[in-house]
Design a protein around this ligand. Structure first.
Ligand SMILES: Nc1ncnc2c1ncn2[C@@H]1O[C@H](COP(=O)(O)OP(=O)(O)OP(=O)(O)O)[C@@H](O)[C@H]1O
Ligand SMILES: [Mg+2]
Length: 453
């Protein structure tokens, strides 16, 4: 457990020093103790401690100097000052200078234990955040797909492998999982990277407009067509065309698109001559394409042309370890965009983010962080800055308000009480919901003294 905390204790009173050293060693920390402030400065020069506990009033080099040195040499660590009644004011000063906490003499050992544990917790959190930030920096390529999930890493690898081949790619996954991001990723890893990447949402236009967008028209093709217009397929030549919400394409359009893919040429509306095009298609949908094919809404031959390679992106709820990473990535982004200095997410807020299901996936997470940065007044996103439906999750966490984790019996008691309430006191119904017989329920009610409620 030694790496759980390196602690430096500085106190010129020998008995107090030994006391502190003893109690902290017993906690399993690696403790260095010294009676001299000057010696403490020398130690801080040579090595980093996680927490420094220092008496304030000492001969020659005092606690304030130790504090100052520590903030300079290892800003990650935390300092707890110990002070007698006479120096209470300087303790307040010390807090202003960045001390984590002050303990008044005579100190209680359990207070020392608690404060040191909290200081260590904060140090650990700072380091974790730092690591996350570094990880994020490393991930910053052209298109930033942030993930540490193994399945996602395999998808990225697959995307990099197919990128240079010109195969059409079909990207599937729930809304907000990053389908468009993957499409860009494929583009930027292909030989077409210097060519255009164009995106079209097939659901955003009616058939006529979509046709005009994709295929363009010749002058006079219809009333109002005053000049020639290149379609997106033509414009994307040499690059990638991203066809979003592909299932929204009408059967007639599907036929036209199929022809473009097969013949590698496009005919403008009203045109007579087919134009050669060199386009890689990446299509995406959050619908079940198999279903659409069964019902006849989507052409099977087009499906096979588009789905040469399938990338299916898992929902965020299936890769929860990405939540902190993505949160900090977007935190940094929005903080910079809004010109604010929000750098952290409190442990409580992070705990809520981690249990939330994110039906809107990464986009929802991004929006939550954006809102958090916007309304946060300090440097940290707290639970108060999260949307209501997320905060309500707090009620569902097992930890009690006082921080205590309940025993199985306590939990069972609470649960039975809740089910009874939900069943309006109807014990037969409650037993049914609980999946036990009435006699067992009755016994439990008696045991937990819940009968009268
Ligand atoms: N792994 C990721 N790393 C960083 N940002 C991501 C990641 N995945 C998604 N995002 C961000 O989440 C948002 C939604 O992503 P994107 O638009 O690619 O999703 P989508 O699957 O196309 O969603 P929809 O189906 O709603 O169109 C974007 O702002 C995107 O930058
Ligand atoms: Mg999209």
């Amino acid at each position: 457990m030694a790496d759980e905390g390196k602690i430096l204790v500085v106190d010129d009173e020998r008995i107090a020093l030994r006391n502190l050293e003893h109690v902290l060693k017993k906690e399993g920390y690696e403790v260095t103790a010294t009676q001299s402030g000057a010696n403490a400065l020398a130690l801080l020069e040579k090595q980093a401690f996680d927490v420094v506990l220092t008496d304030l009033r000492m001969e020659k080099v005092d606690g304030m100097q130790v504090l100052k040195k520590c903030r300079e040499s290892s800003p990650d660590s935390e300092v707890v000052v110990i002070t007698g009644f006479a120096t209470l004011e300087s303790a307040v000063d010390a807090m202003k200078q960045g001390a984590f906490y002050y303990i008044a003499k005579p100190f209680r050992l359990d207070e020392v234990r608690k404060v040191v544990a909290e200081a260590l917790g904060k140090v650990r959190l700072k380091r974790e955040n730092q690591e996350l930030r570094e990880q994020i920096e490393r991930y910053q390529g052209k298109v930033k797909i942030i993930t540490q999930d193994a399945a996602m890493q395999r998808l990225l690898e697959m995307a990099r492998q197919v990128a240079p081949t010109d195969c059409n790619v079909l990207i599937t996954g729930e809304s907000g999982t990053g389908k468009e991001l993957f499409a860009r990723y494929v583009h930027f890893h292909s030989a077409r990277a210097s060519g255009p990447f164009l995106a079209v949402n097939c659901g955003a236009f009616n058939e006529e407009l979509l046709s005009n967008e994709l295929f363009g028209h010749e002058k006079g093709a219809f009333t109002g067509a005053g000049s020639d217009k290149k379609g997106l397929i033509e414009t994307a030549s040499g690059g990638t065309l991203f066809l979003d919400e592909i299932t929204e394409m009408s059967p007639a359009m599907q036929v036209k698109l199929l022809r473009v893919i097969q013949e590698r040429e496009v005919l403008r509306l009203g045109g007579t001559e087919a134009l050669k095009v060199d386009v890689r298609f990446v299509a995406a949908t959050n619908r079940d394409l198999q279903e659409n094919m069964k019902s006849g809404a989507f052409r099977q031959d087009l499906y096979f042309r588009l789905n040469v390679v399938n990338i299916h992106i898992p929902p965020l709820s299936q890769r929860k370890e990405d939540i902190p990473l993505l949160s900090y990535f977007h935190l940094k982004k929005f903080s910079a965009l809004m010109n604010k200095d929000v750098q952290d997410i409190s442990p409580d807020a992070m705990a809520l983010l981690k249990v939330y299901d994110f039906p809107g996936n990464v986009r929802e997470l991004e929006n939550i962080v954006e809102r958090g940065v916007a309304i946060s007044t300090g440097s940290t996103i707290e639970t108060a800055h999260l949307p209501d439906d997320l905060r309500e999750l707090a009620i569902r966490t097992f930890r009690r308000k006082d921080g205590k984790i309940p025993s199985l019996e306590e939990q069972e008691k609470d649960y039975i009480r809740w089910v009874l309430q939900e069943a309006n006191g109807n014990q037969t119904l409650a037993a049914q919901i609980l999946g036990i017989d009435r006699v067992s329920l009755w016994r439990k009610l008696k045991r937990y003294e819940l009968e009268m409620q």
